[in-house]
Design a protein around this ligand. Structure first.
Ligand SMILES: NC(=O)CCC(=O)C(=O)O
Length: 326
């Protein structure tokens, strides 16, 4: 007997169109920066890199995970900034806001240690072309791993995990944000990619730094390590891009073999077919590449995964959304 399955009826609620991005083509810059123990130098160095990227035509600049501080549990409390207080309490944050405004670009500001009350977070701030904060993502999945003889790290010794996925509407499209270890959790990327309208006007869900309905691009500032980096870094980026048929951009600090945590480097841009568009080695670099959003529809027409998804057998559930409805 023929199956009664009708994919277009199985989705609840129905998928909406991918939102039309405000630009079709633009240049993104991945600034793979060297990071030192000198915070002032790190800030000035990042400012120069952003300016150079903008001078070369980048409309979106992505910075690395923890670019203003060494990546260590000893350093996080020392270098942390009070983003909500701003001003002198948050010099890295203030620099990014000023740079975005004066250069007229969007900045996905990598991440910095953030202090909020008695808690510390690993936080990415997104700035619009007016320099205003458009979104703030606190790393949701803390990097706690133990591979004996290779790498052991426990971010949870000092950091608290964020509680919300973050998707931001910018002048260069709808961007889902994750920080490093967040890339391992495919559900987060799927949630960002899901073309499901929860609110009739797609407006912000009350009290949450979150908007759902079809990201064009996922940005992951990240500092993978010398053990998992060679095996997983590119694999995960390509998987997130191919599964969700969108762009994925990552940005790492440059490698410093003298530091306690040695970053893998290899900042990369991946297209919606899972193809590596551009990548770099482990030294300092500013990678500038074009993003062409017309490829999103093309690849989704080539491979109509959204129509073929078996919503009658499995569905992605946003548990926060469900619990806010109860
Ligand atoms: N900073 C991080 O989250 C590192 C993640 C990482 O190296 C991994 O293997 O995952």
């Amino acid at each position: 007997m023929a199956s009664a399955y009708k994919p277009e009826e199985a989705r609840v609620p129905p998928a909406i169109q991918l939102p039309t991005p405000p630009v079709s083509k633009f240049k993104i810059a991945l600034c793979q920066l060297s990071v030192t123990a000198d915070k002032e130098r790190n800030i000035a160095h990042a400012r120069r890199a952003i300016e150079e990227a903008a001078g070369k035509g980048a409309k979106l600049v992505l910075l690395p995970e923890i670019w203003n501080s060494p990546y260590s549990n000893d350093s996080f409390p020392v270098y942390a900034e009070d983003i909500e207080a701003g001003g002198d309490a948050a010099p890295s944050f203030s620099m990014l806001s000023e740079a975005a405004c004066s250069l007229g670009i969007t900045i996905v500001g990598g991440s910095i240690p953030e202090r909020s009350g008695d808690r510390l977070y690993n936080t990415c701030c997104v700035f619009g072309t007016d320099g205003k904060l458009k979104g703030k993502h606190r790393k949701i999945h803390l990097f706690d791993i133990d591979i004996p003889g290779k790498i052991t790290f426990k971010e949870s010794k000092t950091l608290t995990a964020g509680q919300h996925p973050t998707i931001v509407d910018t002048d260069v499209g709808r961007i889902g944000i994750g920080i490093c270890y967040d890339i391992r959790f495919q559900e987060l990327a799927m949630l960002y990619a899901a073309r499901v309208a929860y609110d009739s006007n797609h407006s912000l869900i009350a009290g949450r730094n979150m908007l759902i309905a079809g990201a064009h691009l996922l940005c992951y500032p990240g500092a993978f390590n010398m053990t998992t980096g060679p095996l997983h870094w590119e694999l995960l980026q390509r998987a997130r891009a191919a599964d969700n048929q969108l762009y994925v951009a990552t940005c790492s600090p440059a490698r410093d073999t003298g530091s306690s945590y040695i970053a893998w480097g290899h900042s990369t841009l991946v297209g919606p077919f899972g193809e590596v568009i551009a990548t770099t080695e482990h030294e300092e670099a500013i990678l500038i590449e074009e993003i062409d959003y017309s490829l999103l529809e093309l690849r989704r027409t080539n491979l109509p995964l959204e129509k073929q998804r078996r919503g009658d057998l499995y569905q992605l559930v946003d548990v926060q959304r469900l619990s806010s409805q109860q």
